[in-house]
Write a new protein. Structure first.
Lengths: 114, 112
């Protein structure tokens, strides 16, 4: 079964530093998403991306965040000047509009800001 | 915007019994409702979903029912097994492929 791949699995960074979380969506999917999950809490939507641009973003996704699809396979989330409260699990997801694969999450990147 | 509530927050059942988790949503325009299972430290995995033109959907021991008038939908797990123990999240979206609003989750424990 096709998978969404995320790297790294765990990232530790100093407060104020920039981090880039990487995702490789399923190859024939057209919609890409980032979600985050603070430990023990629900999954929260950050941003969706389609046709090389942001299609929707939540209140959480402020100027500190940006997304990019630098080539045909990678989808990245950049967090500038990280804060302690950015510590969370970040999930990438992708989907198409068909029935076959649904909406698939990657295995996540655990970001720890110290 | 959409708001999804989920009950109960924790649920313990004996192995072999049934478990029911209920969700309500606020936006009547929502028409796609997936359920995700998340085991400790792992990603959410889609276990079943339902669209607004369907009232019920079943896949082996798992079923989902939807009441659009009342704006609620439920997950039913029959013949529960210890491996069903996990956190279950319901979600709602305006259409298939759109971003989801998740419920707060239900921690299900199946006791042997």
């Amino acid at each position: 079964e096709p998978e969404v791949t995320q790297t790294p699995s765990h990232q530790v960074t100093q407060m104020g530093q920039e981090v880039i979380l990487r995702c490789v969506p399923i190859s024939n999917h057209l919609y890409f998403y980032w979600y985050r999950q603070i430990l023990g809490q629900k999954v929260e939507f950050l941003v969706s991306f389609y046709n090389n641009e942001i299609s929707e973003k939540s209140e959480i996704f402020d100027d500190q965040f940006s997304v990019e699809r630098p080539d045909g396979s990678n989808f990245t989330l950049k967090i500038r000047s990280t804060k302690l409260e950015d510590s969370a699990m970040y999930f990438c997801a992708s989907s198409d509009l068909g029935e076959r694969y649904g909406y698939t999450f990657g295995s996540g990147t655990r970001l720890t800001v110290v | 915007g959409e708001n999804v509530e989920q009950h109960p927050s924790t649920l313990s059942v004996q192995e072999g019994d049934s478990a029911v988790i209920k969700c309500t949503y606020s936006d009547s325009a929502s028409n796609y409702f997936p359920w995700y299972k998340q085991e400790l430290g792992k990603r959410p995995q889609l276990i079943i979903d339902i669209r607004s033109n369907v009232g019920e959907k079943k896949d082996q021991r798992i079923a989902v029912t939807l009441n659009k008038t009342a704006k609620h939908f439920s997950l039913h797990i029959t013949e529960t097994q210890p491996e069903d123990s996990a956190v279950y999240f319901c979600a709602a979206s305006l259409s298939y492929g759109q971003n989801f609003v998740f419920g707060p989750g239900t921690r299900l424990s199946v006791l042997p």
